[in-house]
Ligand binder design. Structure first.
Ligand code: NAD
Length: 342
């Protein structure tokens, strides 16, 4: 294994958007001159075809839909890249074991703004329940009829959270403010959820059976893939609302579509989609949608889809730029980083 060479100066960004450039440049220029980095921003998504574009860069900086499997890591490693800097929290798109075997470090931004994601999840729930998306369109057409827009009070309703980490606890605090009953399932329970958020830990089956609303706040891994599937949905209350702001593959979309068709699921909001890398973060308004599952999902009046924007606040973008560059500065100084994924 070759040691990480310092200083780490050149960073190749994949899947860059104009807001990345703005927030990363703003933080970089605020650093002392000898600690600043040099950036190359690529629009391209990291995949086997584009990996060679990072040749001779010290660091590759990637986002949620860049692919960093073992074959891509091999290409990057051969071409002298030593660090993968995720400008996001989730790391399901990186083969961590293989990166470690190659002696490459993987760093991430574990918590850029749990509030941003939790607030978006509540925004989705409120919009679904009070049918704000339909009301907006009606009023635009000067149709002020409120028939069909009836919702329910969130007060005293039961919300079930799968995952009570940073975002789950923020969401629970918001739900507490609405006077909701808060249930949680997490293999690693924490006191904060119970003592500060007013939550109660229960089994996963109790979450399914007792919740009026279910919100997912777990990482995607072998255990959580397709957590929302036909079998589990069939255990839920009729008309259950499901919110997914975590990762698309937590939901088996085809099985969920069946349960939307037979009205078992009352409403669904997703900020993430299993095949989102083909669609999200792009303007495809002049293309033909070739994904029949996504197309079917978009036909339901009781489904709201946002394109992975839950994190998208000024505060989160500021924190993403700061923590990503601080991670690299830390490695330059001590060859260690508290946000390294092993
Ligand atoms: P976190 O690590 O603070 O919390 C995750 C929690 O999930 C932990 O408490 C963990 O114990 C729990 N968990 C792990 N496996 C579980 C299982 N099988 N069942 C139930 N609980 C389980 O993470 P976080 O900051 O709260 O983020 C949660 C997820 O949100 C991330 O993994 C990421 O996928 C997603 N996310 C989405 C966006 C967005 O813009 N949509 C932004 C940031 C994060």
């Amino acid at each position: 294994m070759e040691p990480i060479k310092t200083p780490l100066k050149s960073i190749c960004f994949f899947s860059t958007k104009n807001y990345d450039i703005k927030f990363f440049n703003a933080y970089n220029v605020s650093l002392p001159q000898d600690s600043q980095f040099s950036f190359t921003f690529l629009d391209d998504r990291l995949d086997e075809r584009t990996a060679k574009m990072a040749t001779n860069f010290d660091v590759v900086c990637i986002f949620v839909n860049d692919c960093c499997n073992s074959a891509i890591l091999d290409i990057l490693h051969t071409n002298k890249v030593r660090i993968i800097a995720l400008r996001c929290a989730g790391f399901n798109n990186v083969d961590i074991k293989h990166a470690n075997e190659l002696g490459m470090k993987v760093v991430r931004v574990p918590a850029y703004s749990p509030y941003a994601v939790a607030e978006h999840a509540m925004g989705l729930l409120l919009a679904l329940n009070r049918k704000t998306h339909k009301a907006y369109n009606r009023v635009k057409e000067e149709n002020f009829d409120i028939n069909g827009l009836i919702g329910f009070n969130l007060f005293k309703k039961t919300v079930g959270l799968v995952g009570t980490g940073k975002i789950g606890c923020c969401f629970a605090s918001i739900c507490k403010g609405f006077g909701m009953r808060i249930l949680g399932y997490d293999p690693y329970p924490n006191k904060y959820f119970v003592e500060e958020c007013g939550g109660k830990y229960v089994s996963l089956d109790e979450i399914w059976q007792e919740s009026d609303i279910i919100s997912l706040h777990v990482p995607l891994n072998a255990e959580t893939k397709y957590l929302i599937n036909g079998v589990n949905v069939d255990k839920m209350k009729d008309g259950v609302f499901i919110i997914n702001t975590s990762r698309g593959a937590l939901v088996n979309t085809k099985e969920v579509i069946q349960r939307l068709k037979n009205k078992k699921i009352g409403a669904l909001a997703i900020d993430v989609y299993e095949q989102e890398e083909n669609f999200f973060f792009k303007d495809l308004s002049e293309e033909v949608n070739t994904d029949d599952v996504l197309a079917r999902l978009m036909t339901f009046h009781n489904v709201i889809i946002t394109g992975h924007q839950a994190f998208f606040t000024k505060e989160a973008l500021t924190a993403i730029a700061e923590v990503t560059l601080d991670n690299l500065s830390e490695i330059c100084k001590s060859a260690q980083c508290k946000n390294e994924v092993k």
